[in-house]
Design a protein around this ligand. Structure first.
Ligand code: ATP
Length: 236
């Protein structure tokens, strides 16, 4: 089943055409990654799908309904959540308080508690730090917290913007292990990553963006083997 579809999606920032009418599809249960150079429009794509970028033209459908003009918080209620680049945890709240903020759209208290414990199982590092102020966590721990917080909204589709940015190799590995675990739980994922190789390794399909357009799309295994993709994005 097609979970999310964008058609001719265009975003302008003043005179800058950040997205020039892109199309993409994400099927239920898939992991899809968006790769491309700096400024290609990857973050803008995720922000537009989350309801956080000014859509100038085109349409977005999710669960067969048009959501192009739906406010971001209503998309979260429907199960479409974004973990933005730069994380945005609440620095003066504890780890646990941050996680509970992620459940603000819900009122099923018992289920929230059990999801909180599920989050701590997925991210043991956060469990050890549940009463620590989020602002004092390391970069990798803050990334984990941002992901765990987004999961507290019980997303059906999670948009992840550069989850490995600025992290040590060990932490990057941990984040990608967790991405696999989240996918195994049945959450559909659309991932933007500078680390194209790791992203393609966890994905079923990849899309390459250039200059605000999707220029290539293929199964991840095909992309990992493609000479042009390897030379341009995999450093091989
Ligand atoms: P990176 O990998 O560097 O994050 P990206 O592929 O995610 O790049 P975007 O962040 O989507 O690229 O940016 C696409 C284009 O839109 C860039 O030219 C950028 O400068 C521009 N842009 C993005 N956000 C804004 C904004 N809020 N105001 C003005 N221009 C913007």
């Amino acid at each position: 089943m097609i979970l999310l579809e964008a058609r001719n999606l265009a975003v302008n920032y003043g005179g800058i055409r950040a997205l020039k009418g892109i199309g993409l599809r994400v099927n239920e249960g898939e992991v899809v990654c968006l790769i491309g150079a700096n400024g290609a429009g990857k973050s803008t794509t995720l922000r537009a799908l989350a309801g956080l970028a000014p859509v100038f033209a085109g349409r977005v459908t999710y669960l067969r309904e048009e959501i192009t003009d739906l406010p971001a918080h209503q998309r979260v209620r429907r199960g479409l959540a974004l973990v933005p680049e730069g994380r945005g945890v609440f620095p003066r709240l504890t780890v646990e308080e941050n996680l509970l903020m992620g459940a603000y759209t819900r009122n099923d208290k018992a289920a929230i508690r059990s999801d909180l414990e599920r989050g701590f199982t997925l991210f043991p590092r956060l469990a050890e730090r549940r009463d620590q102020l989020a602002g004092t966590l390391s970069g990798g721990e803050q990334q984990m917290l941002a992901m765990a917080r987004a999961l507290m909204s019980r997303p059906r589709l999670l948009l992840l913007d550069e989850p490995s940015m600025g992290l040590s190799p060990i932490m990057v590995q941990k984040i990608f292990d967790t991405i696999r675990a989240i996918a195994a739980d049945g959450v559909t994922l659309l991932l933007v990553e500078q680390n194209a190789r790791l992203a393609l390794e966890v994905s079923q399909r990849g899309l390459v963006m250039e200059g605000g357009e999707v220029v290539f799309s293929a199964p991840a295994a095909t992309m990992l083997a493609d000479r042009r993709v390897r030379e341009a994005y995999l450093g091989a």
